[in-house]
Design a protein. Structure first.
Length: 113
C-alpha cells in the first residue's frame, strides 16, 4: 500500500471516529488548532517537531499526516531530513527505521506537489 493510500485510509478512519465520539474528537481538534498557529515558533517549525515526535513514537499514521502538513507548510526535503535526524538521535534504531518511512512518504507526497 502506498503512503497516499495509507493517508486516505487514515482520513476515513478518523471520519468514522469523529462520528462516534464527536465531543472528544472536537476537543482534540481545538487543542491542535490552538497549538498550531505561528507564535515564537512558526507553524512550519511546529510541524517539523510534530513529524520528529511521530517518528520517535513510531506512529505511521501520524507520520503520514505530519508529512502532508510539512509539505503544506512549505518544508523542504532538507528541513524534513534534519528533523528526522533529530528524531533518530532521540529514538535510536527504531527511529532510524521510521525516519526512512517518513522520508519515503515525503518523497511520494511531493511528487505532484
Amino acid at each position: 500500500m502506498s503512503y497516499k493510500e495509507k493517508f486516505g485510509e487514515t482520513r476515513n478512519n478518523l471520519r468514522n471516529l469523529r462520528k462516534a465520539i464527536p465531543d472528544t474528537f472536537g476537543g482534540f481538534v481545538a487543542m491542535e488548532q490552538a497549538a498550531s498557529p505561528d507564535g515564537a515558533l512558526s507553524h512550519k517549525q511546529k510541524e517539523l517537531i510534530a513529524l520528529a515526535i511521530a517518528v520517535a513514537l513510531r506512529c505511521e499514521d501520524c507520520i503520514t499526516s505530519h508529512v502532508q502538513a510539512c509539505i503544506k507548510a512549505g518544508s523542504t526535503r532538507d528541513e524534513v531530513a534534519e528533523a528526522l535526524g533529530t528524531a533518530i538521535q532521540m529514538s535510536g534504531g527504531p527511529g532510524l527505521m521510521y525516519a526512512g518511512k517518513a522520508l519515503a512518504a515525503f518523497d511520494e507526497f511531493s511528487e505532484n506537489a
